[in-house]
Design a protein around this ligand. Structure first.
Ligand SMILES: Cc1ncc(COP(=O)(O)O)c(C=O)c1O
Length: 370
């Protein structure tokens, strides 16, 4: 959230404590000194013996041998693209969320999360010592009731685009209510990255609200076509995660190859407004072709995630099988991934799907869904 946010004070004080006790972790970039610290025991990653492996491994965690100038340059570049002071790359969105949520709130603090939040955030919350409450999906009154019951530092976890329904968070209202109750927002932009905003900057930036969000998580495994994720926030938050996020500290870093791919994807994104427009056109086309019957089963969404509710695992599985038979790779989402009765066919629309493919998809659905 804003610079005077209380959670930022806590972060600074925990970092100061680490400094005082000489236990502050800092990242160092590579140097030409003799390697007696990496885990690259046979030198494979340095191409001493196996060409195909060169640069595939980072040789160690970021805090030991896996960090590089390339890492820090790309983090700065992505943070600038998303108008954030700093960013820290994690190996995946799952790692980013469990790392962030498990360390950001302590005993006595409260995490309030939308009931449709992603499993990675739920797991991160489970690993933290904070109290936690869910609130009814996208319901501002329900959120406010939970905010009134909260103690300590209050964090609110939401997604820009919910991965199973495809609908958007009511971000402007959530920001207003969180400001009123002095709560900090963590926004998972996984399905908004590359999709929302003129250049795919995400929901927060498309609404000019990024400065009001304490931390944003952008993942690279979806529209970016790569792997990994970045947590965006203040410089202190970055330093804090380096020191306390265990899924960052205790794992081998991403490889140079992965970083090259991430950088190239971000470079491409800057000139992809036509693809983003085409995607949006295809989503509208898909919706406009649906009959009243299918529209009544459609979960309201303007994102590429379009879901048709077909209750019961057995029924939805049959529809999935029928679609696959017609050569359409569309998956059923079943209970327990979603609530009983909310089983669905989940269609992901892409910029590259042709009009013919979209028409075929809709006509197949019309025939298979009773
Ligand atoms: C909302 C959301 N957050 C986080 C993740 C995890 O990202 P990753 O696949 O990079 O681990 C996903 C992936 O399904 C997601 O949908």
């Amino acid at each position: 959230m804003s610079g005077e946010s209380k959670i930022e004070d806590k972060i600074r004080s925990k970092l100061a404590n680490r400094k005082q006790t000489n236990s502050l972790r800092v990242l160092r970039t590579e140097s030409n000194i003799i390697d007696f610290c990496s885990n690259d025991y046979l030198g494979f990653a340095k191409n001493i013996s196996v060409k195909a492996v060169k640069d595939q491994g980072a040789t160690g965690s970021r805090l030991i041998s896996g960090n590089s100038k390339q890492f820090e340059r790309i983090e700065n570049k992505i943070a600038a693209f998303h108008n954030a002071p700093a960013g820290l790359i994690f190996n995946s969105g799952y790692d980013a969320n469990i790392g962030l949520f498990s360390c950001i709130a302590d005993k006595g603090d409260t995490i309030i999360y939308d009931q449709n939040i992603h499993a990675s955030i739920r797991d991160g919350i489970r690993l933290s010592n904070a109290r936690s409450f869910s609130f009814e999906h996208n319901n501002i009154d329900a959120l406010e009731k939970k905010l009134q019951q909260a103690d300590g530092h209050i964090l609110v976890a939401i997604e820009s685009v919910y991965s199973m329904d495809g609908d958007e968070a009511r971000l402007e209202e959530i920001v207003a209510i969180c400001e009123k109750h002095k709560a900090d927002i963590i926004l998972d932009e996984a399905h908004a990255t590359g999709v929302i905003g003129k250049n795919g900057e995400g929901l927060a930036q498309s609404l000019n609200l990024e400065v009001k969000i304490f931390a944003r998580v952008h993942t690279f495994g979806k529209a970016m076509g790569c792997h990994g994720a970045i947590v965006l926030g203040s410089k202190d938050l970055r330093q804090y995660l380096i020191n306390f996020a265990r899924s960052f500290i205790y794992t081998t870093a991403l490889s140079k190859q992965s970083l090259n791919a991430i950088e190239s994807a971000y470079d491409k994104l800057k000139e992809s407004d036509d693809l983003i427009e085409q995607l949006s056109h295809n989503i509208s086309l898909f919706q406009s072709l649906l009959s009243k019957k299918l529209q009544s089963k459609l979960i309201s969404s303007t994102s590429p995630i379009q879901c048709i509710l077909i209750p019961e695992n057995e029924t939805v599985k049959k529809v999935e099988a029928g679609l696959q038979k017609k050569g359409l790779n569309i998956r059923a989402i079943m209970h327990p991934t979603v609530e009983k009765g909310k089983e669905r066919i989940r269609i992901c629309i892409h910029s590259f799907n042709t009009e013919k493919e979209i028409k075929m998809c809709v006509s197949s659905l019309e025939k298979l869904v009773i």
